[in-house]
Write a protein that binds this ligand. Structure first.
Ligand SMILES: [Zn+2]
Length: 349
């Protein structure tokens, strides 16, 4: 493991350990001294030991990854499982975050709700960071790149096929979910609690079901399209696309994939076809976003590591406009996965 990758892993690892320790201690204190009244219903799952366990496993497996390099592989698997469990346990965090959006539009959040939201977000953040630490550790085990010595994946110019399939799966899931709502929207328009806030929320949701998954798999999600003044052709900061994709995927999968499907299967919610179309749509949307985001992360990883000469590879110069990454359709037949070319530096500005 070279220093750069160790640094990346350690950043996630330290943050995950701090948050998960705090999360475990708070729940342990509740276990010993009794849960405060406001904390009731902080999760749809039972309290007591249930939230302490994954947080402790997450901390322990991260410590093993740091202290016993030989045993990193099983430790990373345990960390990933514990991280996923924490995300599932904290699935109500996403609803709380959405309600934060509504506050400026006249839907205040009571102090108890806010306190529960803090606990849920801490659980989700600890779980997410634990997953990222496991992924970063696995990344550091890749063979070194012969070009830069870094540990990024193979240099690619196109997303892997499973990521493209994921992007379109997300759009299909979104379409299935909105198909249920469409008759109401056509007759009554978009209205809900919070007035303008709700309409803003629906607009964001539509973007997250169309623009976001496609940005994760299309060239215009990696370099600004040519009609964007001043930025055309420049690389888009990867976290600008990656973070919304991962956060949205985690929220949809935790809330609908686990919570929603679970409620349908256990008979908590009535399982009519419309409910399946809605919750199934949300779940596929989340799953597709996760695949597309993973492909995007792989595709842009080498760029983040500084291996691809960014300006040369992505920003076309005047004569070469359109021959760089975002290229016209007619040029795509010749498209294949090629390592970033030796031609790149010489053709740049
Ligand atoms: Zn490299």
């Amino acid at each position: 493991m070279i220093m750069v990758d160790q640094h990346r892993f350690l950043r996630f690892a330290v943050a995950a350990v701090v948050i998960n320790l705090g999360y475990a201690l708070v729940h342990l204190a509740w276990l010993i001294m009794g849960e405060p009244a406001w904390a009731h219903g902080v999760s749809v799952f039972p309290g007591g030991w249930v939230p302490v366990l994954p947080a402790v496993i997450a901390v322990a497996s991260i410590m093993i990854m740091i202290l016993v390099p030989r045993a990193w592989r099983p430790a990373a698997v345990a960390a990933a499982a514990a991280g996923a469990a924490l995300l599932a346990y904290s699935m109500l965090a996403w609803i709380g975050l959405l309600m934060l959006l509504m506050i400026p539009f006249g839907l205040p959040m009571p102090a108890d709700d806010l306190a529960r939201l803090v606990v849920r977000v801490a659980g989700a953040a600890g779980g997410g960071l634990t997953l990222l630490a496991a992924v970063a550790r696995a990344r550091a085990s890749r063979p070194a790149c012969p070009r830069c010595g870094g540990r990024h994946p193979d240099l690619r110019t196109r997303p892997p096929g499973w990521a493209v399939a994921g992007g379109w799966l997300a759009v299909a899931g979104f379409a299935a979910r909105f198909a249920v709502e469409l008759p109401d929207i056509l007759t009554a328009g978009v209205s809900g609690p919070g007035g303008l806030g709700f309409q803003l929320f629906v607009a964001l949701l539509v973007l997250a079901g169309t623009v976001l998954p496609l940005a994760l798999i299309r060239p215009w999600g990696r370099a600004w399209p040519r009609w964007v003044p001043g930025l055309a052709g420049r690389r888009i900061p990867r976290l600008l696309v990656l973070v919304p994709g991962l956060v949205m995927a985690a929220g949809l999968l935790a809330y609908f994939g686990i919570g929603g499907i679970g409620a349908l299967l256990t008979g908590h919610d009535s399982a009519d076809p419309a409910a399946w179309l809605m919750i199934g749509g949300y779940t596929l949307w989340g799953l597709g976003l996760l695949l597309a985001a993973a492909g995007y992360a792989r595709l842009t990883d080498s760029v983040a590591a500084g291996c691809v000469p960014v300006r040369a590879a992505v920003v076309p110069n005047r004569q070469n406009a359109g021959r760089g990454e975002p290229r016209p359709r007619s040029d795509r037949s010749k498209d294949h996965e090629q390592p970033h070319g030796p031609q790149a530096p010489s053709t740049a500005g």
